[in-house]
Design a protein around this ligand. Structure first.
Ligand code: HEM
Length: 501
């Protein structure tokens, strides 16, 4: 049962009957590991649609969360020193077990790099750098010309590898990103921290301090392997950083940006070890998060009953834009891919990484007012979340929400030659546009600052597929399922991929 607080007696609850005692609560909390999605759906239909909050049992906190209705999303505009998501972020990622240097995960100066160097005004400079990576990345994971019927690949694994090869170019620059061992260790590390965090979250909180370190053994092993490769890379970049002659005037890479940030903070941040750790802290986002978006978009497009129409329209758009812009290596060219943008946004709508998102704890200032005299005050220990996945699947917001409709967000804005996003004074909702009905990148002041980079990467990668490969999904992904709050990736899906002549 959640620690006693009068709110739990005054709020609707799903997954356990009202007034349920300790045993029904314990069962509901245990069930959350396998049935979070169904319980959330029930709560959304019964309460969120009426604008009411409800309590959701979960193993994550070993008690309950308050699921706020979408009308309260404006709370995400409040300052984070009043309503904070930070403790929840740390709980979700279970860094205390998975990462040895507390200063790295508790003092996130590496977020400054994302906010500045991946901001819309800077991200365009990376388009040309990444454009040079796709061909080799796809050839190594999907094969080149003259391979007959093509090859059958594991969809998820091969697409995460493709993204890792291109994204790590921006992480560590040349020549580090060419190191096969570094690529493989980064992928293994990213995978280990996510899978292990998911397992630790599924344990009752009381036993986490004992079992957590055992589960984290694997992630820590990969951390050590990766650090052995990264520390010398960082040391070399630190030397170059001081040597003005050795600097080129390109956009740089994450290591160089981290050196700049560390330098502006304090001398103890300026060590190769600390900077390499911060590279690790960003690795899962670069490898896994972008891979997630790309892999789902490809599977959604090529599994759709309307696949032929989608593929031919998208391919035609990529060809036209590529001719007009002499390739797809500039921000302007990528921004002109409106249908590709819509297809990826639509796929993100259908494939949330988590069931609930956007957690908040009241740390100071005004309470969260739930109406009817119910308030969540600072220090109450009560955490709120939003039912993002259910909002994305709500038929009152999206017509035929279960259907992957690639051009849902571009259709009504198509000009006669599909020339732009503006039509009749309206602007297309781009992949990076957050709104109360599109939350995969968060909402409000702290919406994901990496999203312009994600959009640029995924659109370039998808365009590369459309222009260069024939894809046939030979084993379709199963039903989307959750483990506690985490959605599981489509690990068993397979595809036949063949390089076009
Ligand atoms: C290179 C890839 C990425 C980077 C570097 C990145 C970076 C970040 C950072 C630094 C934050 C924290 C912002 C803050 O607290 O001020 C954040 C938030 C967030 N990111 Fe990303 N991200 C990436 C990819 C993604 C992807 C692919 C998704 C979705 C599939 C995503 C979804 C989110 C969400 C939902 C939040 C808000 C969390 C909250 O407010 O509780 N990110 N991201």
């Amino acid at each position: 049962k959640p620690p006693h607080h009068e709110l739990w007696d005054k709020i609707d609850t799903v997954g356990v009957r009202p007034g349920g005692g300790v045993i029904p609560w314990a069962l509901a909390i245990a069930r959350s590991v396998t049935s979070m999605q169904e319980t959330m759906r029930e709560g959304y239909d019964r309460f969120s649609r009426q604008g009411r909050p409800f309590a959701l049992p979960t193993m994550w906190t070993g008690g309950a969360l308050v699921v706020l209705p979408p009308a309260m999303l404006h709370l995400l505009g409040r300052p984070r020193d009043e309503l904070s998501s930070f403790a929840a972020l740390l709980d979700n990622a279970q860094f205390r077990y998975l990462m040895t240097d507390r200063d790295v995960w508790a003092n996130t100066i590496h977020f400054d790099v994302v906010r500045r160097d991946l901001a819309p005004r800077n991200v365009g400079a990376l388009a040309g750098v990444v454009a040079g990576e796709w061909d080799a990345a796809f050839r190594s994971c999907w094969g080149g010309e003259g391979e007959g019927e093509g090859e059958v690949v594991n969809a998820w694994d091969s697409m995460v590898r493709v993204i890792a090869r291109a994204a790590l170019r921006i992480m560590v620059g040349l020549p580090g990103c060419r190191d096969e061992n570094y690529l493989e260790q980064s992928r293994l590390y990213a995978n280990a921290v996510l899978v292990d965090a998911c397992f630790i979250n599924c344990l009752p909180p009381a036993i986490r301090p004992v079992v957590g370190p055992l589960i984290a053994f694997r992630a820590r092993y990969h951390q050590r392997q990766l650090m052995k490769i990264l520390v010398p890379m960082v040391e070399e970049k630190m030397r170059q950083y001081e040597d003005k002659e050795a600097q080129d005037d390109g956009p740089g890479d994450v290591i160089q940006w981290l050196i700049r940030v560390a330098k502006s903070h304090s001398p103890e941040q300026m060590t190769a070890n600390k900077i390499a750790m911060r590279v690790l802290a960003l690795t899962s986002m670069f490898v896994f998060a972008i891979g997630w978006v790309f892999a789902h978009a490809v599977l959604d497009i090529y599994c759709s009953p309307s696949r032929d129409e989608f593929v031919s329209t998208l391919e035609a758009e990529c060809r036209r834009v590529s001719v007009e812009h002499q390739g797809l290596s500039t921000k302007e060219a990528i921004d002109a891919l409106y249908n590709v943008d819509s297809a990826v946004r639509e796929s993100m709508r259908l494939n949330d990484v988590m069931v609930h998102l956007l957690p908040l704890d009241v740390v100071s200032g005004d309470a969260i007012d739930l109406g009817e005299g119910r308030r969540i005050t600072a220090g109450s220990g009560i955490r709120t979340v939003f039912p993002a996945q259910m909002i994305h699947m709500d038929p009152a917001i999206y017509r035929n929400p279960e259907q992957f409709d690639a051009f849902r967000f571009s259709r009504e804005f198509d000009g006669p030659r599909q020339t732009g996003p503006r039509q009749a004074g309206k602007r297309q909702q781009l992949m990076t546009t957050v709104s109360t009905s599109f939350l995969p990148f968060g909402y409000g002041r702290h919406a994901c600052p990496g999203r312009w980079f994600v959009a640029q990467m995924v659109k370039q990668a998808l365009a590369h597929v459309l222009l260069n490969y024939d894809v046939e999904v030979t084993k379709r992904p199963g039903k989307r399922t959750s483990m506690l709050n985490f959605m599981l990736p489509p690990q068993s899906a397979e595809m036949r991929v063949r390089r076009k002549a």
